[in-house]
Design a protein around this ligand. Structure first.
Ligand SMILES: [Fe+2]
Ligand SMILES: [Fe+2]
Length: 268
């Protein structure tokens, strides 16, 4: 492998504003930091929920290599064939699997959550997982992580994990569980960037949440006024996506000779 590899992992792209900021700024960010590979969470790209093929195309065009997902990834129901065919788009790996082998004729969950890519002669494995605390009770993310880490090691690939979860506790636990077996474990889903980026004792780069790419002055991407009104009245007024100045948030991981040397929190 090349001796230095820089990988950027970006927090959830939120709606048109999020796509626009990635389109406007990612190439500059790639250039400024000499980034080789970009993994971006896109579960909220299409109108705040889900990912349409047309929006994925814009995100790839902006300089993203792999788009990961989360609990909202299946909310654009027309995108299931696309999730199944596009290897550069992942959804959480620990959704139910092998349904058809148990129930004859049953459909499988669309898409995949674990795949291999190539960058500068280095094999890169990307694993997308989803947490279970205060979320849907999917299959165990820890068992899925262990299984994929074993396979990635056998394949000689560097493993990057997007752990899409609500709970800080579950995210830190998974990160320490996988420490030394993955190059990086970055959390997504809360849309709030945490300031705990660090290299764990056995060498894995970690941050609890990458944050969001979208309107800075918003409530996790939505119009603040409406969210406040919903809180005050407890009436579920229709949410609107925020408009305004947008930022890219994420983390940059530097790897030298297969060893993580740095994780930097980015707001751009
Ligand atoms: Fe999200
Ligand atoms: Fe999410």
């Amino acid at each position: 492998m090349s001796d230095c590899l820089k990988v950027f992992m970006g927090g959830d792209v939120f709606s048109d504003a999020g796509i626009a900021v990635v389109e406007q700024k990612l190439k500059k960010l790639r250039q400024e930091y000499s980034i080789d590979f970009v993994i971006y969470n896109g579960e909220n790209a299409s109108g705040g929920n889900g990912l349409l093929e047309s929006d994925a195309a814009k995100i790839f065009e902006a300089g993203v290599d792999v788009i990961t997902g989360g609990n909202h990834i299946f909310e654009k129901r027309d995108n299931y064939p696309f999730l199944a065919s596009e290897k550069r788009v992942l959804r959480p790996h620990n959704y139910p699997k092998d349904i058809g082998s148990i129930i004859e004729g049953a459909e499988e969950t669309p898409g995949r959550g674990f795949a291999y890519y190539e960058c500068k002669g280095t094999r890169i494995a990307v694993l997308n997982l989803q947490g279970r605390e205060a979320m849907t009770a999917l299959d165990c993310p820890f068992k899925a992580a262990a299984e994929c880490a074993k396979e990635a090691a056998e394949e000689g690939a560097l493993l990057f994990v997007d752990f899409h979860a609500e709970s800080n506790d579950e995210k830190e636990a998974l990160a320490l569980f996988l420490d030394g077996k993955a190059v990086a474990i970055c959390g997504t889903h809360t849309h709030v960037q945490t300031a705990d980026e660090r290299i764990l004792p056995k060498g894995t780069a970690y941050i609890t949440d990458l944050g969001m790419s979208g309107v800075a002055d918003s409530v996790i991407g939505s119009d603040a006024e409406i969210v406040v009104k919903r809180n005050l009245t407890q009436v579920l007024y229709k949410m609107e996506n925020a408009v305004g100045e947008s930022v890219i948030q994420g983390a940059l991981i530097t790897i030298k000779d297969k060893t993580v040397t740095k994780i930097e929190r980015i707001q751009f």
